[in-house]
Write a protein that binds this ligand. Structure first.
Ligand code: MG
Length: 203
């Protein structure tokens, strides 16, 4: 399986990082070794001193897809979840300045903690879902899927023009504003509507 991720998909988050608003989805990859499951702890890596949280809604691809038209894209996923797109912001800023790829800043081991996956109707209308992240009991990020610049179906249609989707692939669909650093000892709780479905510690 592979992990695809969309950057810059919520306007307020683009502004907080002083990025340009994209005219097509900004797409990057994480390797399967980035996955962290079952609420296992995240161990702070030695190569960064500025690891940021980005809470994101996840789609799980349910069948192979190539050149998927937007109007059929909704048949390519049946389950959603939530995940954290951990980003070594110091490495990423360094790479951006030099015009180099972000691969290691986004794809390092355990940089993709994910929840279990749930049927699409489990939380309500997927195009109007509240989701967010609490750290040590304080709400740090809150978004709604209706605020995405590129919808789930647009993302699938766009990515599948370049990269064949396969069953089991996971797509991170972008983070709302409020990203920031984590520290050892933090407890992260990510929720969709009123259900906490990811809950783990930084060690
Ligand atoms: Mg992200």
């Amino acid at each position: 399986m592979k992990i695809l991720a969309v950057g810059r998909n919520y306007a307020a988050h683009i502004e907080e990082l002083n990025n340009e608003r994209p005219d097509a989805p900004v797409v990057f990859f994480k390797p399967d070794t980035a996955l962290l499951r079952n609420n296992e702890p995240f161990y702070y890596p030695e190569f960064s001193s500025d690891v940021h949280f980005e809470v994101e809604i996840l789609l799980k691809i349910c069948k192979p897809g190539k050149h998927v038209q937007e109007r059929f894209a909704s048949t390519y996923y049946q389950e959603i979840g939530i995940g954290i797109d951990f980003t070594a912001r110091d490495l990423q800023q360094h790479a951006k300045k030099k015009g180099l790829p972000w691969a290691l800043a986004k794809g390092f081991n355990n940089s993709a903690p994910i929840s279990s996956f749930y049927p699409l109707d489990h939380f309500g209308d997927i195009h109007n879902l509240n989701f967010g992240l609490e750290i040590d009991g304080i709400e740090r990020q809150k978004g709604n899927t209706s605020m995405m610049l590129f919808s789930f179906n647009k993302i699938i249609s766009y990515i599948s023009r370049f990269v064949t989707l396969k069953k089991g692939d996971i797509i991170f669909t972008g983070t709302p504003e409020g990203v920031g650093p984590v520290s050892i000892g933090n407890r992260l709780r990510a929720f969709i509507e009123d259900q906490t479905i990811l809950d783990f510690e930084i060690k």
